[in-house]
Ligand binder design. Structure first.
Ligand code: IVH
Length: 667
């Protein structure tokens, strides 16, 4: 068998096993055998780059190359559904449809309303060619690379009766179990938690690094086919066909021929949905016949042939005992209601978020009030109302937002346009100091092992550390004097602090905890400014000229260096040997030769792989973009560049550069 034949065979088998495992839930082979087949395929593909194929099952593994998203116009706008909340409104919808169809018989397809993030997939000749987010409904982000990592989305279709070109829309979801795990990890790293699986799924889809996307185990249900040559006039029947092509279609679908059946479906799933692995927030009702759908048409915002019925959020009533105010790492004050414990959606709730001062004021809360607690799609329950009739004669004290920091007594401030209050005492408010140290040592920053929030608190209380730089002055004998610290743990801490001196500059920059400087921004800054002194000297104009650095980040960097205490930390970190500039190898690797250039890569290459070229472009300050537009600076073309791309490039007058010319340009 030739390499090409084996590659084709492996691809076919792996597509089938993926489908068996992820869509049907009926694997035929062990995970180990699957992995072995995948490794064999990947090795063959690497050895034979001419056979690279965007639809290969190996493309699901994701790449760690950053890519930005190109905006793509939707062929058919992505509209929303109008919402209803009561049986009466559902009846109104049914009657409206009946009248508009002049009493012609019709069927309603009832489906679950999945609470994730919507996606539009385009297939051409049975292959996934594009995945686009809803965006503003007219155009969305091309997230194809990320979507390819979702195992329940077929890259190549089964059967042969699918239309040559069609779109299928659905919902990308993060299962509850993955959501819980993800938030646990984020909590441990002190990163903000995702409020619900919907936000987590949407956030995941927009990650630049598709190998992280692959690790998040997203799922997808498809519920809407669009195109010219669909197999049937029935929406339900079309989805049945789509299931045969390999799509994951919900089992919870029912064709109803009267209102009674519709209500049966609603009432059944209102309870049963709690046992589903993914979040749902209602039922969608759709007129089944496409002909009738066309007759009913659309309003500007939504179809007249469909509506959503939203489930009521679960509520409970309980007593408000006290309100506490927490101070976060960057000084944000969060009000929290402490409640009499109450059962809600399967968990016992004792605390609820009160969000901000305006919400407390609008609720007119008093201590001792009986309040409504609600758990919608959010994990943190919220207070949505007060039962005024339950207020006793001796009404409790009115809940007032604090004016001074509960930890350090500093007067709180509120920035224009923001709902939250902050404690501005960055340099000496204890939770802020400790929070910054905890961020500094966290895994993705300096990765200092053996220290956690409790140790940081202890070392801070006993005066061993006041800021991150003090860590490097810690001596084993100081640590071992503390209760509970044996030799082994002490050695581990000291070693780990020492090891952190090798952490590259970009992560040190992130570790400093400059507001708005997350990992991605830190990377960009490190690449273009190269060392901490230059960053301190950089003025506003220099900063905002860096790709992706806007006014808000630039201002924050300037304010950070304006603080004497921050400059002192940096000087001491420098003296301790922490990496405050790019290493020689990192520096050699980066240039600005391609700065401001948008480059499309196309074809098959011989000197480097396509991914290596993407990396080279980035390291030289350029941007790799997915599709050719008037903004494209040039095309890096290998062998066999597609004819459509070639034609577009000629039409727009874009330079086409071969490998040698490109390598010359950056050498
Ligand atoms: S049909 C023209 N079916 O709800 C409307 N949407 O508010 C086409 N959704 O953007 C959408 N489950 O993200 C449809 N079974 C389902 C759905 C569903 C969830 C979402 C979808 C849409 C939003 C509409």
């Amino acid at each position: 068998m030739t390499a090409k034949e084996r590659i084709d065979q492996l691809r076919k088998e792996l597509h089938r096993h993926n489908y068996n495992y992820y869509v049907l839930n009926q694997p035929e082979i062990s995970d180990k055998t699957f992995d072995d087949l995948m490794h064999e395929l990947m090795a063959l593909e690497e050895a034979n780059p001419v056979y690279k194929d965007e639809s290969s099952p190996s493309m699901r593994v994701g790449s760690d190359i950053s890519k930005e998203f190109t905006q793509v116009a939707h062929k058919y706008p992505m509209l929303s559904l109008s919402n209803t909340y009561s049986e009466a409104e559902v009846t109104d919808f049914y009657d409206r449809v009946k009248r508009a169809l002049n009493d012609e018989p019709f069927e309603i397809c009832c489906e679950l309303k999945y609470d994730g993030t919507s996606i539009s997939l385009t297939y051409e000749n049975g292959r996934l060619v594009r995945a686009v987010t809803r965006g503003d409904g007219e155009k969305g982000d091309d997230v194809t690379t990320n979507v390819k990592t979702i195992r329940t989305i077929p890259l190549v279709l089964h059967g042969d009766n699918y239309p040559e070109v069609f779109e299928i829309r659905g919902e990308i979801l993060l299962p509850w179990t993955v959501f819980d795990e993800l938030n646990k990890e984020r909590e441990a790293r002190e990163e903000p938690l995702f409020a619900n699986p919907r936000n987590a799924a949407a956030g995941t889809l927009k990650l630049q690094n598709s190998s992280i996307v692959a690790s998040r185990r997203l799922d997808a249900y498809l519920y809407y086919l669009l195109g010219d040559n669909l197999p049937s006039d029935g929406h339900y029947e079309n989805l049945e066909e789509a299931a045969k092509w390999g799509f994951k279609i919900s089992d919870a679908m029912r064709k109803c021929s009267n209102l009674e059946e519709v209500f049966q479906f609603i009432n059944y799933w209102d309870v049963e949905r709690r046992n589903l692995p993914v979040a749902t927030d209602g039922i969608v009702l759709k007129v089944n016949s496409l002909r009738q759908q066309r007759h009913l048409g659309f309003t500007a915002k939504s179809p007249r042939w469909a509506i959503a019925y939203k489930f009521q959020a679960e509520q409970a009533v309980t007593r408000l005992n006290t309100v506490s105010f927490q101070v976060g790492r960057i000084g944000t004050i969060t009000p929290v209601a402490n409640l009499d414990p109450v059962q809600l959606s399967g968990t016992i709730v004792k605390r609820a978020s009160l969000h901000n001062a305006d919400i407390i004021e609008s609720l007119d809360l008093h201590l001792g009030d009986m309040v409504n607690v609600e758990k919608g799609g959010e994990i943190i329950p919220k207070i949505t109302g007060v039962d005024l009739s339950a207020r006793a004669d001796n009404i409790g004290e009115k809940v007032k937002f604090i004016t001074h920091c509960p930890e350090c007594g500093t007067k709180l401030v509120r920035f224009e346009g923001e709902a939250a209050f902050y404690c501005p005492n960055e340099s000496s408010c204890p939770p802020q100091i400790k929070g910054r140290i905890e961020h500094f040592i966290s895994r993705r920053a300096m990765n200092i092992d053996g220290l956690g929030p409790e140790t940081v608190d202890l070392f801070y209380q006993t005066g061993l550390i006041h800021d991150a730089a003090d860590l490097y002055a810690l001596k084993a004998e100081d640590i071992i004097k503390q209760e509970r610290f044996k030799q082994k743990l002490t050695d581990k801490i000291i070693k780990s602090i020492n090891d952190s001196k090798d952490v590259p500059f970009e992560r040190v920059l992130y570790a400093l905890g400059i507001r708005f400087v997350g990992e991605t921004v830190a990377k960009k800054l490190a690449k273009s400014i190269k060392n901490i002194d230059a960053l301190e000297q950089a003025g506003y104009d220099t900063l905002v000229n860096i790709d992706e650095i806007g006014a808000r980040i630039a201002q924050s960097i300037i304010s950070f260096f304006a603080e004497e205490s921050n400059r002192s930390i940096i000087e001491r970190l420098k003296a301790a040997g922490v990496q405050l500039s790019l290493s020689e190898t990192e520096e050699q690797e980066t240039t600005t030769k391609l700065e401001g250039k948008s480059i499309v890569i196309s074809g098959v290459f011989s000197h480097h792989s396509r991914d290596e070229y993407k990396d080279i472009i980035e390291r030289n300050g350029g941007k790799n973009v997915g599709s050719i537009s008037a903004k494209t600076s040039f095309i890096l073309a290998g062998e066999n560049m597609g004819p459509a791309k070639l034609e577009k490039a000629h039409k727009l007058g874009i330079t086409i550069m071969n490998e040698e010319e490109f390598l010359n340009l950056i050498s």
